[in-house]
Design a protein around this ligand. Sequence first.
Ligand code: ZN
Ligand code: ZN
Length: 975
Amino acid sequence: MSHDLPKAYDPTAIEDHWAEYWVSEKLFAQPAPTDASEQAEQFSILLPPPNVTGRLHMGHMLNQTEMDILTRWRRMSGRRALWLPGTDHAGIATQMMVERQLVSEGKTRQELGRDAFVERVWEWKRHYGGAILDQMKRLGASVDWQREYFTMDENLSVAVREAFVRLHEQGLIYRGAYIVNWCPRCQTAISDLEVVHDEQKGHLWEIKYPVLGADGKDSSEFLTVATTRPETMLGDVAVAIHPQDERYLHLHGKKLRLPLMNREIPIVLDEWVSLDFGTGAVKVTPAHDPNDFALGERHHLPSINIMDPAGHINSEGGAYAGLDRYPARKKIVSDLEEQGLLAGIKDHTNNVGHCDRCKTVVEPRLSTQWFVKIQPLAEKAIAAVKPGPDGQKAIRFTPEQYEKTYLNWMENIHDWCISRQLWWGHRIPAWHCADCHKITVARLDPAACAHCGSANITQETDVLDTWFSSGLLPVSVLGWPNFAMGAPEPALSLSKGPSPLGTGESTTNRADFDTFYPTSLLVTGFDILFFWVARMIMLGCWFAEDVPMPDGSKRKPEDAVPFREVYIHALVRDANREKMSKTKGNVVDPIEIVKQFGTDAVRITLDSMASPGTDIAFIVARTEGYRAFANKIWNAARFLFMNVDRAAEIGITADPAALGKMPTVGEDAPLEARWIVAELHATAAKVNQSLESYRYDDAANTIYQFFWGSFCDWYLEIVKLRLDFPMDGPAGESASDQASKIEGRRAALTTLVSVFEAFLRLLSPFMPFITEEIWHALYDGNPPARSIALTGYPKSCYAGDTTTIRLKHNYDQSVIEMGVIQNVVTALRSHRKECGVPEKEVVPATVYCTEKDGSLTAGYLASESGRKLCNYLARVDLSLRMEPPPPTEKVRSEVGFAVAIAFEATVDVAAERERLTKEIAKYEKGVAAAERQLGNEAFLAKAPANVVGGLKKQEAETRLLLDKARAALGALPPG
Ligand SMILES: [Zn+2]
Ligand SMILES: [Zn+2]
């Protein structure tokens, strides 16, 4: 029998092999149960779909590692675990990527046309899309690849269309003119969340608007307004003042001449105008500012849009038509100056909004968009997070602080602009009629206008905000809405023709939804709390409430939530706690670091620092440390296999029935066996508990301590003793003595192997590759399951909270006894060093105890087995004295006992003379060099004071060492 484990640990080879095996064997596929009697508590988790254009970064690595640990742990603990993967079509990002490609070919998307462009994006997606999922596969994420989705898949598109149509039918979708954040580069509206603000130095231009006299001509009076965007004046329709502003009471009812455009505009009175900001007069441009838009609505003012989608002045801009917004600004300012209408230019720090995708300055611009009326959706989404009548929350946030952030946002939410002027995405299912100008919104592509029957209809060109589709994912990936349609309604389809999903069974199959909805957990980053988490809650609560419970009863609001828990993970920062960014050049590429140290080492490095609400400072050296941990596990496995194989040669084997469960031993088992089993149970209890509260760090560190500190440093050392006794006993040894020795060895082997096997299972969710490899080797190619990930997770015999576990564990007799051994051996080892005892030498030693406070130690050392263990581990020959140490004896004192070692250092005089002579020569040289330098006037004149001071100090110290060495040499006996 041989266990096939290469000598050196090479993570790359192991990890590539197992990553491929897990995928090809479909190990983590989790179909819904076909038999209702297959009752198992479920654990379902949705992977936040990375953008199809995405590449794995350190944040993903942390987030996915956390999800993988929890999924593997729950799966091994007996839950029906589903981790569902997919990618997002990422409207703007993907369109930009392909547009850039086109530019490099000298083409534009407009030249290509919409259909050809969309086809081109699909082609791009087929070639390059989803590379990030391949990276996930390599990192061993235990997702159900059978269920991989893309947000533009046919069935998910059906869900998007159903959601839109249903909201429209419910009067919750409307179309309206609104000031949106407009990106002139991307040429689309973008949401508030996609605008990044930063402070910029700019100017405040003060412009004089002539007040018109009774004759309709310029009077000698001016009203001065201030603006940071002078070009928008082309679209001014009024100037507003506060009705109580005493400076302007005489201007009530008067009109102004808008310079450059020569347009007559009214002075309007509005209390929104601040009396003490600027001049107290505000230009009103409803088409280019949200506040002005609201003001314009109040005063029934027209809106004049002066800019085209690309940010050029349009035909409404008079002489400036055709100019880009910035050249137009320059020209307007200089024209005003020429006409004597520029009252001043002041420096001004502006909070300027930029497009998150392309960094272009965003232009507030009036346009017609589609909106979701956010009430009553938001109301339900608030109720889902607040405590219900029973005090329970339907959705819990960890860390809890995010609950407040979420509620605060949700309580101040505005209607959601869901249209985007892109070509890549879910096209809005609305058709405009050229004859009656009404809109038809439909599940099936209509052939005619629903209002007048005209065939002269064209589909809306806008697509839906990407977050509209990803907000539906928890319901749509589990089969909504098709199962809910029921006969005889037509099956849904995106176009005329047969349903892409077929009919019959698939439209009524609710097994996935019934089994996995609500999902158990969402692990995601703070940055998409509003974008995504909030929208999933709104849409999930809204649509799932209409889906009956598996038993046919009406679904309660608390069961309509998309997930029960939200865990917001921390950020991975660089070693100096700086945020990683491309511009700073401090980005750590997870793939590179994985190549260097192996996935397992990187995973556990992240875990060892991950806890709720604490950002991680990623230090490469730490990964080196965990790579050493992996090596240690590997070497321990090889040591264990060597012993197993050696024992097998003489017919001793571990009890196979002890494997695959939580090890136990009898009360008469040797101390180290009872102790390591107790340690294992305590470790398992703590790890399970830590994972319940997302304390990945505590879990990882507890396992690490168990393995390195208990298993390797103590248990393996002791078990060697049990395994290595000579088979040929002393002459005359009885047959029954022989038999009991063999039995002892067999028991030791069984405990060793079964504890190690349980440790592998305990570690498996954290370091899935190395544990898989060793576990298969341990079973010598004949494992009881296809993967360690499909075995059971170690459960402890200790139960209760952390304190209870610790108390029970601390009072375990084996832990108390082993504590004595560890204290005595550690003290002896330290004292050996202090006395200069060569490592291999066995020396006589004494432990002094008093009845008063050393009875525990004394009690255990009085037994032969206890002394034997100490002798073996500390390489001493121990005697116990029940008295305080004599004052003349050199001892090391510990709590409750003191140790002494009988050892006279013998000195090799000749060697010592040689060593000291060499040392003296070295110090003499050093002193001479320092003297030379300190005597150099030129050096002293130039060198800074601290350098000279340092040199003097160094000289003095070297002199001291020289004197000591000379004295030591003089003291040596002649020879
Ligand atoms: Zn942009
Ligand atoms: Zn019509």
